[in-house]
Design a protein around this ligand. Structure first.
Ligand code: MG
Length: 258
């Protein structure tokens, strides 16, 4: 199903997007050396509840996961990349952490992810990989406008990732979003321009380029959820929810000045 939001729903989507950004960046600020992933999950729950929002993750139980996710945020460390299930782990200096959060407020969902290095260490390969996913995300957003096709966005994202030398996995990518977290159309992180669904004003998309340093192959953790790189290499992931407007795209999950 592809939803086109009306102006009232778009106003709500902006509020949801702002909340997702605020929670993510609050949690990023609190993610320092020694912080436990279970504390990040607990803080995420508190911030979501306090805002009167609902987690899109707690009861999420798709075919590829083992039962309901049961947590409020995805925390993926180093070789973990997607659906990282919070567990008892204290962050170390130089860890590459991805926080991925989707909530629903007023009946509209928003979804975003940020990757960053914890502490003072700045491992160059990790910093570069994060920067490439951010650049790929920006390229996908720049290609988003009414009349453009999903393949144009996929191509823009995939060109940045591929030119930087990263293998591209096509099992998981971006998606439509609206009254629920995951909707059509699927937005692959590589594709051919001029193909696929034609974008219309009022469509919400979550774009999410992610890469692994030296492989496109994923393995599932013993927890039945967390997806890791098959080689144990590090990974990075950047995601925004955008709304297609009359003349381009609006990023809904950018942090707002407080
Ligand atoms: Mg997503």
């Amino acid at each position: 199903m592809i939803e086109i939001l009306n102006p009232t729903e778009l106003t709500r989507a902006r509020e949801t997007g702002a909340l997702v950004a605020r929670v993510l960046h609050t949690l990023k600020d609190r993610s320092t050396v020694g912080t436990n992933l279970l504390d990040i999950d607990r803080w995420a729950k508190e911030l979501i509840v306090e805002a009167g929002a609902l987690s899109c993750y707690v009861d999420y139980a798709p075919s590829f996961g083992r039962g309901p996710f049961g947590h409020h945020i995805c925390t993926a460390v180093n070789d973990a990349v997607l659906h990282g299930r919070p567990h008892d782990y204290a962050l170390a200096d130089g860890d590459l952490l991805t926080l991925d959060l989707a909530v629903s407020l007023g009946g509209v969902a928003a979804d975003a992810a940020i990757s960053f290095v914890v502490g003072d260490a700045r491992p160059p390969e990790s910093v570069a990989m994060i920067e490439v996913t951010e650049r790929a995300l920006a390229a996908g957003i720049a290609a988003a406008r009414p009349g453009a096709r999903v393949g144009d966005l996929s191509h823009a994202i995939g060109t940045v990732l591929g030119d930087a030398g990263y293998p591209i996995n096509t099992e998981f990518g971006g998606h439509g979003i609206g009254s629920t977290m995951h909707q059509d159309p699927h937005v692959s992180n590589t594709g051919r321009p001029g193909r696929g669904y034609r974008l219309r004003p009022g469509l919400l998309l979550a774009l999410e380029p992610w890469v692994m340093q030296d492989t496109a192959e994923l393995v599932t953790d013993a927890d039945g959820w967390t997806l890791r790189s098959a080689t144990g290499c590090r990974t990075a992931h950047s995601e925004h929810t955008i709304a297609i407007t009359d003349d381009g795209a609006e990023i809904l999950t950018l942090p707002r000045p407080s």
